[in-house]
Design a protein around this ligand. Structure first.
Ligand code: F6P
Length: 552
Protein backbone atom coordinates (compact mmCIF):
# COMPACT_ATOMS: atom_id res chain seq x y z
CA UNK A 1 0.00 0.00 0.00
CA UNK A 2 1.29 3.44 -0.90
CA UNK A 3 1.69 5.30 2.40
CA UNK A 4 1.32 8.68 0.68
CA UNK A 5 -2.16 7.83 -0.59
CA UNK A 6 -3.31 6.35 2.69
CA UNK A 7 -6.28 7.80 4.53
CA UNK A 8 -5.35 8.93 8.03
CA UNK A 9 -5.76 5.94 10.30
CA UNK A 10 -8.32 7.48 12.60
CA UNK A 11 -10.42 8.66 9.66
CA UNK A 12 -10.86 5.21 8.14
CA UNK A 13 -14.31 3.58 8.38
CA UNK A 14 -12.65 0.57 10.08
CA UNK A 15 -11.29 2.77 12.88
CA UNK A 16 -14.64 4.50 13.29
CA UNK A 17 -16.36 1.10 13.47
CA UNK A 18 -13.96 0.01 16.20
CA UNK A 19 -14.52 3.22 18.17
CA UNK A 20 -18.29 2.68 17.97
CA UNK A 21 -17.92 -0.96 18.99
CA UNK A 22 -15.76 0.08 21.94
CA UNK A 23 -18.45 2.50 23.07
CA UNK A 24 -21.15 -0.15 22.80
CA UNK A 25 -19.07 -2.64 24.77
CA UNK A 26 -18.78 -0.22 27.70
CA UNK A 27 -16.74 -1.78 30.46
CA UNK A 28 -16.45 -5.39 29.32
CA UNK A 29 -16.65 -7.97 32.11
CA UNK A 30 -14.59 -11.11 31.65
CA UNK A 31 -16.86 -13.07 34.01
CA UNK A 32 -19.75 -12.25 31.74
CA UNK A 33 -17.85 -13.01 28.52
CA UNK A 34 -16.89 -16.44 29.90
CA UNK A 35 -20.45 -17.09 31.11
CA UNK A 36 -21.81 -16.23 27.68
CA UNK A 37 -19.33 -18.49 25.96
CA UNK A 38 -18.14 -21.27 28.31
CA UNK A 39 -15.78 -22.77 25.69
CA UNK A 40 -13.87 -19.51 25.45
CA UNK A 41 -10.84 -21.06 27.17
CA UNK A 42 -10.39 -23.51 24.31
CA UNK A 43 -11.93 -21.51 21.46
CA UNK A 44 -9.78 -18.42 21.95
CA UNK A 45 -6.46 -20.22 21.54
CA UNK A 46 -3.89 -20.66 18.81
CA UNK A 47 -1.03 -23.06 18.24
CA UNK A 48 2.15 -21.92 16.52
CA UNK A 49 4.98 -24.43 16.42
CA UNK A 50 5.62 -25.30 20.06
CA UNK A 51 3.73 -22.30 21.42
CA UNK A 52 0.23 -22.60 22.83
CA UNK A 53 -1.32 -19.16 22.93
CA UNK A 54 -4.40 -18.43 25.03
CA UNK A 55 -6.07 -15.08 24.36
CA UNK A 56 -9.38 -15.90 26.02
CA UNK A 57 -8.72 -13.52 28.94
CA UNK A 58 -8.89 -10.45 26.71
CA UNK A 59 -11.62 -7.83 26.66
CA UNK A 60 -12.76 -8.89 23.21
CA UNK A 61 -15.65 -10.61 21.51
CA UNK A 62 -15.78 -12.29 18.11
CA UNK A 63 -17.01 -8.98 16.75
CA UNK A 64 -14.02 -7.09 18.22
CA UNK A 65 -11.63 -9.53 16.58
CA UNK A 66 -13.44 -9.28 13.26
CA UNK A 67 -13.30 -5.48 13.32
CA UNK A 68 -9.62 -5.51 14.28
CA UNK A 69 -8.83 -7.83 11.38
CA UNK A 70 -10.70 -5.47 9.08
CA UNK A 71 -8.50 -2.64 10.31
CA UNK A 72 -5.43 -4.74 9.52
CA UNK A 73 -6.76 -5.43 6.02
CA UNK A 74 -7.62 -1.78 5.39
CA UNK A 75 -4.20 -0.58 6.53
CA UNK A 76 -2.35 -3.00 4.27
CA UNK A 77 -0.57 -5.09 6.92
CA UNK A 78 -0.38 -8.15 4.66
CA UNK A 79 0.88 -6.12 1.69
CA UNK A 80 3.64 -4.51 3.77
CA UNK A 81 4.53 -7.90 5.26
CA UNK A 82 4.90 -9.38 1.77
CA UNK A 83 6.99 -6.41 0.68
CA UNK A 84 9.26 -6.97 3.68
CA UNK A 85 9.70 -10.67 2.92
CA UNK A 86 10.40 -9.83 -0.75
CA UNK A 87 13.27 -7.54 0.25
CA UNK A 88 11.65 -4.25 -0.74
CA UNK A 89 13.03 -1.10 0.88
CA UNK A 90 10.25 -0.62 3.40
CA UNK A 91 12.55 1.30 5.77
CA UNK A 92 11.95 4.42 3.73
CA UNK A 93 13.74 7.01 5.87
CA UNK A 94 16.97 5.02 5.57
CA UNK A 95 16.15 3.60 2.11
CA UNK A 96 16.84 0.05 3.31
CA UNK A 97 15.33 -3.38 2.95
CA UNK A 98 14.26 -5.07 6.19
CA UNK A 99 15.31 -8.65 5.88
CA UNK A 100 16.04 -10.20 9.25
CA UNK A 101 13.82 -13.05 7.99
CA UNK A 102 16.57 -13.86 5.42
CA UNK A 103 18.97 -14.58 8.32
CA UNK A 104 17.03 -17.73 9.14
CA UNK A 105 15.93 -18.74 5.66
CA UNK A 106 16.97 -22.22 4.51
CA UNK A 107 20.02 -22.59 2.26
CA UNK A 108 17.96 -23.09 -0.90
CA UNK A 109 15.74 -20.02 -0.43
CA UNK A 110 16.05 -17.13 -2.85
CA UNK A 111 15.60 -13.63 -1.43
CA UNK A 112 16.82 -10.71 -3.48
CA UNK A 113 17.98 -7.24 -2.54
CA UNK A 114 18.77 -5.00 -5.52
CA UNK A 115 18.62 -8.05 -7.78
CA UNK A 116 21.08 -10.13 -5.73
CA UNK A 117 20.15 -13.30 -3.82
CA UNK A 118 21.35 -12.69 -0.25
CA UNK A 119 20.82 -16.23 1.07
CA UNK A 120 24.19 -17.70 -0.05
CA UNK A 121 26.04 -14.88 1.76
CA UNK A 122 23.96 -15.48 4.92
CA UNK A 123 24.91 -19.15 4.95
CA UNK A 124 28.56 -18.45 4.10
CA UNK A 125 28.79 -16.26 7.22
CA UNK A 126 26.94 -18.84 9.33
CA UNK A 127 29.43 -21.49 8.15
CA UNK A 128 32.37 -19.24 8.94
CA UNK A 129 30.90 -18.57 12.40
CA UNK A 130 30.43 -22.30 12.95
CA UNK A 131 34.05 -23.01 12.02
CA UNK A 132 35.26 -20.35 14.42
CA UNK A 133 32.92 -21.46 17.22
CA UNK A 134 34.14 -25.04 16.93
CA UNK A 135 37.77 -23.90 17.08
CA UNK A 136 37.15 -21.98 20.29
CA UNK A 137 35.03 -24.73 21.84
CA UNK A 138 37.62 -27.41 21.06
CA UNK A 139 40.53 -25.33 22.39
CA UNK A 140 42.15 -25.01 18.96
CA UNK A 141 41.86 -21.24 18.97
CA UNK A 142 44.79 -20.11 21.06
CA UNK A 143 45.77 -16.67 22.26
CA UNK A 144 49.05 -14.80 21.82
CA UNK A 145 50.89 -16.94 24.40
CA UNK A 146 49.55 -20.21 23.02
CA UNK A 147 46.91 -20.77 25.74
CA UNK A 148 43.43 -21.83 24.56
CA UNK A 149 40.66 -19.25 24.92
CA UNK A 150 38.39 -19.86 27.90
CA UNK A 151 36.79 -16.44 28.33
CA UNK A 152 34.77 -14.52 25.79
CA UNK A 153 33.90 -10.89 26.39
CA UNK A 154 31.30 -9.47 23.99
CA UNK A 155 31.55 -5.70 23.68
CA UNK A 156 28.57 -4.02 22.02
CA UNK A 157 25.49 -1.99 22.91
CA UNK A 158 21.78 -1.92 22.01
CA UNK A 159 21.09 -4.53 19.36
CA UNK A 160 24.73 -5.59 19.42
CA UNK A 161 24.44 -6.57 23.08
CA UNK A 162 20.87 -7.14 24.23
CA UNK A 163 20.13 -10.05 21.88
CA UNK A 164 23.16 -12.25 22.54
CA UNK A 165 23.24 -11.28 26.24
CA UNK A 166 19.55 -12.21 26.63
CA UNK A 167 19.86 -15.44 24.65
CA UNK A 168 22.96 -16.50 26.57
CA UNK A 169 20.97 -16.27 29.82
CA UNK A 170 17.97 -18.04 28.28
CA UNK A 171 20.05 -20.92 26.95
CA UNK A 172 22.49 -21.24 29.82
CA UNK A 173 21.71 -24.88 30.35
CA UNK A 174 22.72 -25.55 26.73
CA UNK A 175 26.07 -23.74 27.03
CA UNK A 176 29.56 -25.14 27.41
CA UNK A 177 30.04 -24.48 31.11
CA UNK A 178 33.84 -24.57 30.75
CA UNK A 179 33.67 -21.26 28.92
CA UNK A 180 33.05 -17.94 30.65
CA UNK A 181 30.96 -15.45 28.70
CA UNK A 182 30.53 -11.83 29.70
CA UNK A 183 28.81 -8.90 28.05
CA UNK A 184 30.04 -5.33 28.28
CA UNK A 185 27.86 -2.52 26.97
CA UNK A 186 27.88 0.50 29.26
CA UNK A 187 30.41 3.27 28.63
CA UNK A 188 30.65 3.44 32.43
CA UNK A 189 34.12 1.92 32.86
CA UNK A 190 32.78 -0.13 35.78
CA UNK A 191 31.17 -2.48 33.28
CA UNK A 192 34.45 -3.40 31.57
CA UNK A 193 36.36 -3.38 34.85
CA UNK A 194 34.03 -5.91 36.46
CA UNK A 195 34.04 -8.04 33.32
CA UNK A 196 37.82 -8.42 33.06
CA UNK A 197 39.18 -7.93 36.58
CA UNK A 198 39.45 -11.66 37.37
CA UNK A 199 40.23 -12.90 33.86
CA UNK A 200 43.56 -14.15 32.53
CA UNK A 201 44.16 -11.99 29.43
CA UNK A 202 46.08 -14.85 27.80
CA UNK A 203 42.84 -16.87 27.80
CA UNK A 204 40.49 -14.02 26.86
CA UNK A 205 38.91 -13.24 23.51
CA UNK A 206 37.10 -9.97 22.86
CA UNK A 207 34.23 -10.03 20.40
CA UNK A 208 33.60 -6.46 19.25
CA UNK A 209 30.03 -6.28 18.04
CA UNK A 210 28.98 -3.13 16.20
CA UNK A 211 27.02 -2.83 12.99
CA UNK A 212 28.48 0.60 12.23
CA UNK A 213 31.75 0.18 14.18
CA UNK A 214 31.44 3.86 15.09
CA UNK A 215 29.27 3.63 18.20
CA UNK A 216 31.13 5.64 20.80
CA UNK A 217 30.39 3.36 23.77
CA UNK A 218 31.56 0.25 21.93
CA UNK A 219 34.68 1.75 20.38
CA UNK A 220 35.66 3.31 23.72
CA UNK A 221 35.23 0.00 25.57
CA UNK A 222 37.01 -1.91 22.80
CA UNK A 223 39.95 0.52 22.93
CA UNK A 224 40.19 0.17 26.72
CA UNK A 225 39.95 -3.63 26.40
CA UNK A 226 42.80 -3.59 23.88
CA UNK A 227 44.91 -1.41 26.21
CA UNK A 228 44.20 -3.77 29.12
CA UNK A 229 45.10 -6.83 27.10
CA UNK A 230 48.32 -5.48 25.61
CA UNK A 231 49.45 -4.03 28.95
CA UNK A 232 48.70 -7.20 30.91
CA UNK A 233 50.31 -9.43 28.30
CA UNK A 234 53.19 -7.01 27.82
CA UNK A 235 52.60 -7.59 24.14
CA UNK A 236 52.67 -5.52 20.97
CA UNK A 237 49.93 -4.77 18.47
CA UNK A 238 50.37 -8.20 16.82
CA UNK A 239 48.62 -9.82 19.84
CA UNK A 240 45.34 -8.16 18.79
CA UNK A 241 44.78 -10.65 15.96
CA UNK A 242 44.53 -13.57 18.39
CA UNK A 243 42.37 -11.82 20.96
CA UNK A 244 39.96 -9.64 18.99
CA UNK A 245 37.32 -10.49 16.42
CA UNK A 246 34.73 -8.13 14.97
CA UNK A 247 31.06 -8.47 14.03
CA UNK A 248 30.20 -5.63 11.71
CA UNK A 249 29.05 -4.28 8.37
CA UNK A 250 31.99 -1.83 8.23
CA UNK A 251 35.23 -3.54 7.15
CA UNK A 252 37.08 -0.24 6.79
CA UNK A 253 36.53 0.79 10.41
CA UNK A 254 37.28 -2.73 11.65
CA UNK A 255 40.65 -2.60 9.90
CA UNK A 256 41.30 0.90 11.19
CA UNK A 257 40.81 -0.42 14.73
CA UNK A 258 43.51 -3.02 14.09
CA UNK A 259 41.40 -6.16 13.75
CA UNK A 260 42.35 -8.46 10.89
CA UNK A 261 39.35 -8.50 8.52
CA UNK A 262 39.88 -12.27 8.23
CA UNK A 263 38.53 -12.28 11.79
CA UNK A 264 35.53 -10.17 10.90
CA UNK A 265 32.08 -11.72 10.63
CA UNK A 266 29.96 -9.74 8.29
CA UNK A 267 26.32 -8.75 8.13
CA UNK A 268 24.45 -6.24 6.03
CA UNK A 269 22.62 -2.92 6.13
CA UNK A 270 19.29 -4.72 5.67
CA UNK A 271 19.66 -6.19 9.17
CA UNK A 272 18.42 -3.67 11.74
CA UNK A 273 20.44 -3.54 14.99
CA UNK A 274 17.53 -4.70 17.13
CA UNK A 275 16.78 -7.50 14.67
CA UNK A 276 20.37 -8.72 14.45
CA UNK A 277 21.15 -11.32 17.08
CA UNK A 278 20.52 -14.18 14.67
CA UNK A 279 23.15 -12.66 12.32
CA UNK A 280 26.91 -12.57 12.97
CA UNK A 281 25.99 -10.56 16.09
CA UNK A 282 25.13 -13.96 17.62
CA UNK A 283 28.74 -15.21 17.41
CA UNK A 284 29.40 -15.20 21.19
CA UNK A 285 26.13 -17.06 21.69
CA UNK A 286 27.08 -19.59 19.02
CA UNK A 287 30.42 -20.19 20.74
CA UNK A 288 28.56 -20.78 24.01
CA UNK A 289 25.83 -23.11 22.74
CA UNK A 290 27.54 -24.56 19.65
CA UNK A 291 26.55 -24.26 15.98
CA UNK A 292 23.94 -27.03 16.07
CA UNK A 293 21.93 -25.40 18.84
CA UNK A 294 22.28 -22.04 17.09
CA UNK A 295 20.83 -23.56 13.92
CA UNK A 296 17.95 -25.05 15.93
CA UNK A 297 17.24 -21.54 17.17
CA UNK A 298 17.26 -20.19 13.60
CA UNK A 299 14.83 -22.93 12.59
CA UNK A 300 12.53 -21.79 15.39
CA UNK A 301 12.61 -18.23 14.04
CA UNK A 302 11.94 -19.50 10.52
CA UNK A 303 8.96 -21.55 11.63
CA UNK A 304 7.22 -18.44 12.96
CA UNK A 305 8.30 -16.38 9.92
CA UNK A 306 6.50 -18.89 7.73
CA UNK A 307 3.48 -18.89 10.01
CA UNK A 308 3.30 -15.09 9.89
CA UNK A 309 3.73 -15.08 6.10
CA UNK A 310 1.16 -17.74 5.31
CA UNK A 311 -1.36 -18.27 8.12
CA UNK A 312 -4.86 -16.87 7.52
CA UNK A 313 -5.70 -13.77 9.53
CA UNK A 314 -7.96 -15.71 11.95
CA UNK A 315 -5.06 -18.00 12.93
CA UNK A 316 -2.15 -15.63 12.60
CA UNK A 317 -0.55 -15.25 16.04
CA UNK A 318 1.69 -12.19 15.47
CA UNK A 319 -1.23 -10.46 13.76
CA UNK A 320 -3.50 -11.25 16.69
CA UNK A 321 -1.00 -10.03 19.30
CA UNK A 322 -0.40 -6.85 17.32
CA UNK A 323 -4.12 -6.19 17.00
CA UNK A 324 -4.75 -6.75 20.70
CA UNK A 325 -2.08 -4.15 21.45
CA UNK A 326 -3.79 -1.71 19.09
CA UNK A 327 -7.13 -2.42 20.77
CA UNK A 328 -5.86 -1.47 24.23
CA UNK A 329 -3.48 1.32 23.20
CA UNK A 330 -5.86 3.09 20.87
CA UNK A 331 -9.30 2.26 22.25
CA UNK A 332 -8.68 1.87 26.01
CA UNK A 333 -5.83 4.39 26.23
CA UNK A 334 -3.51 1.81 27.80
CA UNK A 335 -0.02 3.27 27.95
CA UNK A 336 1.99 0.24 28.97
CA UNK A 337 2.42 -3.42 28.19
CA UNK A 338 3.94 -5.88 30.67
CA UNK A 339 5.82 -9.02 29.63
CA UNK A 340 6.07 -11.38 32.58
CA UNK A 341 8.05 -14.56 31.98
CA UNK A 342 7.75 -17.37 34.51
CA UNK A 343 11.26 -18.60 33.86
CA UNK A 344 14.38 -17.41 35.57
CA UNK A 345 16.25 -18.00 32.32
CA UNK A 346 14.16 -15.27 30.70
CA UNK A 347 15.45 -12.63 33.13
CA UNK A 348 16.73 -10.41 30.29
CA UNK A 349 13.90 -11.19 27.89
CA UNK A 350 11.79 -8.11 28.62
CA UNK A 351 14.82 -5.80 28.48
CA UNK A 352 15.51 -7.22 25.03
CA UNK A 353 11.89 -6.64 24.01
CA UNK A 354 12.10 -3.05 25.23
CA UNK A 355 14.56 -2.22 22.47
CA UNK A 356 12.72 -4.33 19.92
CA UNK A 357 9.37 -2.67 20.61
CA UNK A 358 10.17 0.80 21.91
CA UNK A 359 12.98 1.63 19.45
CA UNK A 360 10.79 0.32 16.62
CA UNK A 361 7.45 1.87 17.46
CA UNK A 362 8.35 4.85 19.66
CA UNK A 363 7.49 7.23 16.82
CA UNK A 364 5.21 10.24 16.52
CA UNK A 365 5.25 11.00 12.82
CA UNK A 366 3.84 8.75 10.13
CA UNK A 367 5.67 7.41 7.12
CA UNK A 368 5.06 10.68 5.29
CA UNK A 369 6.51 12.70 8.17
CA UNK A 370 3.13 14.00 9.35
CA UNK A 371 2.37 13.99 13.08
CA UNK A 372 0.20 11.06 14.13
CA UNK A 373 -2.81 11.82 16.30
CA UNK A 374 -3.15 8.32 17.66
CA UNK A 375 -1.12 6.50 20.26
CA UNK A 376 1.84 4.45 18.98
CA UNK A 377 4.15 2.03 20.86
CA UNK A 378 3.52 1.27 24.54
CA UNK A 379 5.97 1.35 27.44
CA UNK A 380 7.16 -2.26 27.61
CA UNK A 381 8.33 -3.54 30.96
CA UNK A 382 8.38 -6.53 33.28
CA UNK A 383 10.60 -8.98 35.12
CA UNK A 384 10.30 -12.69 35.79
CA UNK A 385 7.56 -14.07 38.01
CA UNK A 386 7.21 -14.76 40.85
CA UNK A 387 9.52 -11.89 41.87
CA UNK A 388 7.23 -9.28 40.34
CA UNK A 389 4.30 -10.63 42.38
CA UNK A 390 6.03 -9.33 45.51
CA UNK A 391 6.81 -5.97 43.98
CA UNK A 392 4.66 -4.28 41.36
CA UNK A 393 1.79 -6.71 40.71
CA UNK A 394 -0.16 -4.81 43.38
CA UNK A 395 -0.49 -1.94 40.91
CA UNK A 396 -1.63 -4.22 38.10
CA UNK A 397 -4.26 -5.86 40.34
CA UNK A 398 -5.61 -2.86 42.22
CA UNK A 399 -4.12 0.29 40.70
CA UNK A 400 -5.94 2.70 38.43
CA UNK A 401 -4.16 1.77 35.21
CA UNK A 402 -5.03 -0.79 32.59
CA UNK A 403 -1.87 -2.78 31.89
CA UNK A 404 -2.30 -5.65 29.43
CA UNK A 405 0.26 -8.36 30.11
CA UNK A 406 1.83 -11.39 28.46
CA UNK A 407 2.51 -14.36 30.71
CA UNK A 408 5.10 -16.80 29.34
CA UNK A 409 5.61 -20.18 31.00
CA UNK A 410 6.86 -23.72 30.38
CA UNK A 411 5.57 -27.16 31.25
CA UNK A 412 8.96 -28.62 32.09
CA UNK A 413 12.17 -27.08 33.41
CA UNK A 414 15.35 -27.41 31.34
CA UNK A 415 17.62 -27.93 34.37
CA UNK A 416 17.82 -31.46 35.70
CA UNK A 417 20.33 -31.25 38.49
CA UNK A 418 18.37 -31.49 41.72
CA UNK A 419 15.06 -33.40 41.86
CA UNK A 420 13.83 -30.87 44.46
CA UNK A 421 14.24 -28.07 41.96
CA UNK A 422 12.12 -29.91 39.44
CA UNK A 423 9.35 -30.26 42.04
CA UNK A 424 9.53 -26.50 42.60
CA UNK A 425 8.43 -26.06 39.02
CA UNK A 426 4.81 -26.95 39.85
CA UNK A 427 4.75 -24.23 42.47
CA UNK A 428 6.13 -21.72 39.97
CA UNK A 429 3.50 -22.69 37.42
CA UNK A 430 0.68 -22.69 39.96
CA UNK A 431 1.52 -19.02 40.49
CA UNK A 432 1.64 -18.50 36.73
CA UNK A 433 -1.91 -19.80 36.26
CA UNK A 434 -3.24 -18.18 39.43
CA UNK A 435 -2.12 -14.71 38.46
CA UNK A 436 -3.89 -14.60 35.09
CA UNK A 437 -6.99 -16.04 36.78
CA UNK A 438 -6.92 -13.39 39.51
CA UNK A 439 -6.27 -10.62 37.02
CA UNK A 440 -9.14 -11.69 34.80
CA UNK A 441 -11.85 -12.54 37.30
CA UNK A 442 -10.86 -10.63 40.43
CA UNK A 443 -12.89 -10.95 43.60
CA UNK A 444 -16.24 -9.19 44.01
CA UNK A 445 -17.28 -7.31 47.18
CA UNK A 446 -19.91 -10.05 47.75
CA UNK A 447 -17.23 -12.73 47.68
CA UNK A 448 -15.09 -10.74 50.08
CA UNK A 449 -18.05 -10.25 52.45
CA UNK A 450 -18.89 -13.95 52.28
CA UNK A 451 -15.47 -14.60 53.83
CA UNK A 452 -16.54 -12.58 56.89
CA UNK A 453 -14.33 -9.58 56.13
CA UNK A 454 -15.39 -6.50 58.13
CA UNK A 455 -17.30 -4.01 55.97
CA UNK A 456 -14.69 -1.25 56.23
CA UNK A 457 -12.08 -3.59 54.69
CA UNK A 458 -14.26 -4.87 51.86
CA UNK A 459 -13.21 -2.21 49.31
CA UNK A 460 -9.55 -2.83 50.13
CA UNK A 461 -9.85 -6.57 49.63
CA UNK A 462 -11.89 -6.38 46.45
CA UNK A 463 -10.22 -7.11 43.10
CA UNK A 464 -12.09 -5.59 40.19
CA UNK A 465 -10.55 -8.02 37.66
CA UNK A 466 -10.89 -7.49 33.90
CA UNK A 467 -7.15 -7.08 33.49
CA UNK A 468 -6.37 -8.57 30.10
CA UNK A 469 -3.60 -11.14 29.66
CA UNK A 470 -2.21 -13.41 26.98
CA UNK A 471 -0.81 -16.72 28.15
CA UNK A 472 1.97 -18.31 26.12
CA UNK A 473 2.76 -21.86 27.19
CA UNK A 474 5.39 -24.18 25.73
CA UNK A 475 6.84 -27.50 26.74
CA UNK A 476 10.46 -26.49 27.33
CA UNK A 477 12.59 -23.40 26.80
CA UNK A 478 14.78 -24.84 24.03
CA UNK A 479 16.82 -22.91 21.41
CA UNK A 480 14.01 -23.45 18.90
CA UNK A 481 11.35 -22.19 21.30
CA UNK A 482 13.44 -19.09 21.99
CA UNK A 483 13.64 -18.42 18.24
CA UNK A 484 9.88 -18.89 17.95
CA UNK A 485 9.20 -16.46 20.79
CA UNK A 486 11.48 -13.76 19.43
CA UNK A 487 10.06 -14.02 15.91
CA UNK A 488 6.55 -13.83 17.38
CA UNK A 489 7.37 -10.51 19.05
CA UNK A 490 9.31 -9.18 16.05
CA UNK A 491 6.28 -9.67 13.83
CA UNK A 492 3.85 -8.38 16.44
CA UNK A 493 5.84 -5.14 16.50
CA UNK A 494 5.79 -5.11 12.70
CA UNK A 495 1.98 -5.44 12.62
CA UNK A 496 1.52 -2.50 14.97
CA UNK A 497 3.94 -0.28 13.06
CA UNK A 498 2.13 -1.14 9.82
CA UNK A 499 -1.25 -0.20 11.30
CA UNK A 500 0.04 3.01 12.88
CA UNK A 501 1.68 3.86 9.52
CA UNK A 502 5.07 4.56 11.10
CA UNK A 503 8.55 3.47 10.06
CA UNK A 504 9.34 0.73 12.61
CA UNK A 505 12.85 0.28 11.30
CA UNK A 506 14.58 3.61 11.81
CA UNK A 507 15.67 5.11 15.16
CA UNK A 508 16.35 8.81 14.64
CA UNK A 509 15.36 9.44 18.25
CA UNK A 510 18.72 8.21 19.53
CA UNK A 511 20.69 10.82 17.57
CA UNK A 512 20.16 14.10 19.43
CA UNK A 513 21.54 12.84 22.75
CA UNK A 514 24.64 11.48 20.99
CA UNK A 515 25.36 14.85 19.34
CA UNK A 516 24.87 16.81 22.56
CA UNK A 517 27.08 14.39 24.55
CA UNK A 518 29.88 15.04 22.06
CA UNK A 519 29.54 18.77 22.67
CA UNK A 520 29.36 18.44 26.44
CA UNK A 521 32.31 16.07 26.92
CA UNK A 522 35.03 18.69 26.29
CA UNK A 523 33.32 20.99 28.79
CA UNK A 524 33.68 18.31 31.48
CA UNK A 525 37.32 17.58 30.78
CA UNK A 526 38.33 21.13 29.96
CA UNK A 527 39.83 19.86 26.68
CA UNK A 528 39.03 21.60 23.43
CA UNK A 529 37.38 24.92 22.99
CA UNK A 530 33.70 24.09 23.64
CA UNK A 531 31.67 27.10 24.62
CA UNK A 532 29.88 26.69 27.97
CA UNK A 533 27.94 29.86 27.18
CA UNK A 534 25.90 27.95 24.61
CA UNK A 535 24.32 25.78 27.29
CA UNK A 536 20.96 26.41 28.92
CA UNK A 537 21.24 27.59 32.53
CA UNK A 538 20.28 24.22 34.04
CA UNK A 539 22.83 22.18 32.07
CA UNK A 540 25.50 24.88 32.54
CA UNK A 541 25.04 24.84 36.32
CA UNK A 542 25.12 21.03 36.43
CA UNK A 543 28.31 20.93 34.35
CA UNK A 544 29.79 23.51 36.67
CA UNK A 545 28.85 21.48 39.76
CA UNK A 546 30.38 18.37 38.19
CA UNK A 547 33.62 20.17 37.43
CA UNK A 548 33.82 21.51 40.98
CA UNK A 549 33.26 18.02 42.41
CA UNK A 550 36.00 16.69 40.13
CA UNK A 551 38.29 19.51 41.30
CA UNK A 552 38.58 21.03 37.84
O1 F6P B 1 20.71 2.86 20.00
C1 F6P B 1 20.85 3.13 18.65
C2 F6P B 1 21.52 2.02 17.94
O2 F6P B 1 21.72 2.48 16.64
C3 F6P B 1 20.72 0.72 17.95
O3 F6P B 1 19.72 0.67 17.01
C4 F6P B 1 21.81 -0.27 17.72
O4 F6P B 1 21.38 -1.55 18.02
C5 F6P B 1 22.87 0.26 18.63
O5 F6P B 1 22.78 1.66 18.50
C6 F6P B 1 24.26 -0.21 18.38
O6 F6P B 1 24.74 0.16 17.11
P1 F6P B 1 26.00 -0.53 16.49
O7 F6P B 1 25.74 -1.97 16.34
O8 F6P B 1 26.21 0.15 15.17
O9 F6P B 1 27.17 -0.29 17.40
Amino acid sequence: MNAASRTKLNQTPEWTALAKHREELGAPQLRELFARRPDRGTAYTLRVGDLHLDYSKHLVTDETLRLLRELAAATGVAELRDAMFRGEKINTTEDRAVLHTALRAPRDAVIEVDGENVVPAVHAVLDKMAGFAEKVRSGQWTGHTGKPVKNIVNIGIGGSDLGPAMAYEVLRSFTDRALTLRFVSNVDGADLHEAVRDLDPAETLFVIASKTFTTIETITNATSARDWLLTELKAGQDAVAKHFVALSTNAEKVEEFGIDTANMFEFWDWVGGRYSYDSAIGLSLMVAIGPDRFREMLDGFHLVDEHFRTAPAEENAPLLLGLLGVWYGNFFDAQAHAVLPYSHYLSKFTAYLQQLDMESNGKSVDRDGDPVDWQTGPVVWGTPGTNGQHAYYQLIHQGTKLIPADFIGFAAPVHDLLPGLIAQHDLLMANFFAQTQALAFGKTPEEVRAEGVPEELVPHKTFRGNHPTTTILADKLTPSVLGQLIALYEHKVFVQGAIWNIDSFDQWGVELGKVLAKKIEPLLTGDGGADAGQLDSSTAALVDAYRTLRGR
